[in-house]
Design a binder for this molecule. Structure first.
Ligand code: MG
Length: 401
């Protein structure tokens, strides 16, 4: 059985699925992953702003064919696991064993109480698994006892010693297996308990040893296993290419009134007048806050901080900017660049420009080369030309996962 990838929608939700249910995902994350570099095991490292494990787990948790998910972890990794999976609906983690095979067996045993009909076993180190592969595997379980995603071997295969080629291995009929590998639960549980003394490298091998019929479904090149530092770099590049760019703009105006200073872009600037406003009347930060809210389609500053609310009377405007920034990061959005233009005859902006850029960079936790502050006059024309007030415009560019 081979379900072509173009027959499966990207989100895996194109048609009802009749695979035996409940269907559980067992994510194997007990390895130490020493080859990918020092520090934490690779499944807990950050990849595109999210841990490898969380990314892998999410693919299953959100899939409509999966009824529950459980992670097998290293005994010493409880803290890292809790941090990586906070807020994700998972069954309690299971402590793994010395080998992958032992870890899977323990995970399968732990699922028994939930009465699974089918189980998908997946390596946490394959965080780029997509919904189409999961769908293809569960569909195959409507007919077969097991299913494994495979890739054709595109390169010519050689049997080698350390230094030389021994022979060329015929490529025909050779495939590279990936995960998730799906099985009827009772069959794979029995197969694992009958293979305790064998050293097998994937669950399909355990199933084959038990004589189960294992279907192949199309894998995907991007569903590769993170092993080396180079693999991490490749996965980072793939995720970066997938990010969507969004732009928002903001405009604000405040009227001059009595006073001896104005707040502009978070910097106090001495002036012959002040700016009138409910808060500190920082037109620069107000325009910028609206630009960020616009880029993430989250309304405007007046909606989040109504002028009718006394809490914001005299408030420093960095509070508003911090709120927009927090909303953005909750969505996984990254602020890529901001550009603010202040429009007034006076005060002169140029002496304060560097301080304004530094302050905005600090507030948004951005490098200064991602922050621009510009100033212009209107050649004596209009309300800014008559020095009745200051206007500001801002543009924010963000990227979303
Ligand atoms: Mg304002």
């Amino acid at each position: 059985m081979y379900v072509p990838r173009d027959k499966v929608s990207a989100n895996g939700q194109d048609a009802p699925m009749n695979h035996p249910r409940p269907c559980f995902a067992l994510i194997v994350a007990a390895g130490r992953g020493v080859r990918a570099g020092e520090g934490l095991p690779k499944q807990y490292r950050e990849l595109g702003g999210m841990s490898v494990l969380r990314r892998a787990v999410n693919a299953f948790v959100v899939h409509p064919a999966i009824d529950g998910a459980c992670v097998v972890i290293g005994a010493q990794d409880h803290g890292a696991y809790e941090a990586a999976t906070r807020g994700v609906a998972l069954l309690p983690p299971v402590a793994g064993g010395d080998t992958r095979q032992m870890s899977v067996r323990r995970g399968l045993d732990a699922l028994k109480d939930h009465g699974p009909a089918t189980v998908l076993i997946h390596d946490a180190a394959r965080p780029l698994v997509d919904a189409a592969i999961i769908t293809a595997v569960v569909r195959a379980l409507e007919t077969f006892a097991g299913a494994v995603p495979v890739l054709a071997a595109a390169d010519t295969l050689k049997r080698v010693t350390d230094l030389t080629v021994v022979t060329t291995v015929p490529r025909e009929g050779i495939a590279i297996s990936q995960t998730p590998q799906g099985f009827r639960y009772s069959e794979i549980l029995a197969a694992h308990h009958n293979a305790v003394d064998l050293a097998l490298t994937d669950d399909a091998a355990v199933a084959e040893h038990a004589g189960l019929l294992v279907a192949t479904v199309p894998g995907a090149r991007q569903n590769f296993k993170l092993t080396t530092a180079e693999d991490f770099a490749m996965a980072e590049a793939l995720l970066a290419a997938r990010r969507k760019s969004r732009t928002g703009q903001g405009i604000d105006v405040h009227r001059f009134g009595p006073g001896d200073h104005v707040w502009l872009c978070g910097v106090k600037v001495a002036h012959t007048h002040g700016l009138i406003g409910h808060s500190d009347a920082d037109v620069g930060l107000h325009a910028l806050t609206d630009a960020i809210l616009g880029a993430i389609s989250k309304g405007d500053i007046g909606q989040h901080f109504p002028p009718s609310d006394d809490r914001w009377r005299g408030a420093p405007s960095h509070v508003f900017l911090a709120h927009a920034r927090a909303l953005a990061s909750e969505m996984g959005a990254r602020i890529e660049h901001v550009d603010v233009t202040l429009i007034s005859e006076l005060p002169k902006i140029s002496p304060h420009r560097a301080a304004m850029i530094a302050r905005i960079a600090e507030l948004l936790e951005l490098d200064e080369d991602r922050v621009s502050v510009k100033a212009t006059t209107t050649e004596g024309l209009g309300f800014t030309g008559r020095s009745e007030g200051i206007a500001a415009q801002a543009i924010a560019t963000v990227s979303l996962p």
